[in-house]
Write a protein that binds this ligand. Sequence first.
Ligand SMILES: Nc1ncnc2c1ncn2[C@@H]1O[C@H](COP(=O)(O)OP(=O)(O)OP(=O)(O)O)[C@@H](O)[C@H]1O
Length: 307
Amino acid sequence: MTAESAMQLIDVKKNIGSKQIIKGLNFDIYPGEVFGFLGPNGAGKTTTIRMMVGLMKLTEGDVLIEGKSIKTEYKEAIRRVGAIVENPEMYPFMTGWKNLQHYARMMPAVTEERIKEVVTLVGLDKAINEKVGRYSLGMRQRLGIAQALLHNPSILILDEPTNGLDPSGIREIRRYIRNLAEKENVAVIVSSHLLSEIELMCDRIGIIKNGELIAIETVQEALNKTDVKDIHIEAVPLETGRNIVQEKLQINAAIEKEELVLSAKREEIPSIIKSLVDGQVEIFGVQVKRSTLEDKFLDLIGENTIE
Ligand SMILES: Nc1ncnc2c1ncn2[C@@H]1O[C@H](COP(=O)(O)OP(=O)(O)OP(=O)(O)O)[C@@H](O)[C@H]1O
């Protein structure tokens, strides 16, 4: 394995009965990255995650955690993993702090200092002395993440962490997940079937379909590759702008709601802007409406619906 991977999957396979559910997964996850594990329902995400955290045996292959085999060095390997796979059990009648203390007691060497640290990491300082029963779902989810971080894992695995959250809860979780990847250098693995989420939260994505990895790349690569769809330019005067684009650049342009709207590729944008500015057109804003990872994901799996 490469020296720095936090987790390595080597030809991981899982059969249940006579059915091959996972058909040989190979990929690495690195410290400090948020890795999105994507796939439509039934693709095999949960099964893979259950194997990663030792809740399910592998039929074939191995998972190495910081170089330790989950098969032959289970204890050492699993010690480095924190996970929320099923909803974390919390006592609603106890405060957030008491809940964390309760878990900390079951683990070796978790200090009060560490509890304070994880509370701050997930942004619960203000609410930590309130009863968990009064927490929003998003706050409970963050308390769950804090709990999973208590023993200082180098890998954090979250199965569908934004499930059931409202948009502001989703935004918060996203922020804290990014924060702890950066601040604690934790490798975070997030599973989801919601691509718009993954696009905003992750550095890299792996897409699984029918138990096989069909794509793996950085979010930036995925976005750069996608062709630009529409470009909206707030240009004054609009007519002059349209003439320049059409006559000089031979690109069709329309005027919609005080904006110049045209279709072009990403690499054409700088020259379009330059031509407009050279032609004394003032630019007040440019918006690029490119296709999202969701389009890419749907292309890859060859389906139009993912729910
Ligand atoms: N215990 C089991 N017995 C038989 N088949 C199973 C079992 N567990 C999972 N499967 C099958 O394995 C496949 C993958 O399931 P899995 O739950 O891993 O998918 P998933 O990608 O997590 O989907 P979801 O988002 O719906 O949870 C599905 O086709 C499922 O029906």
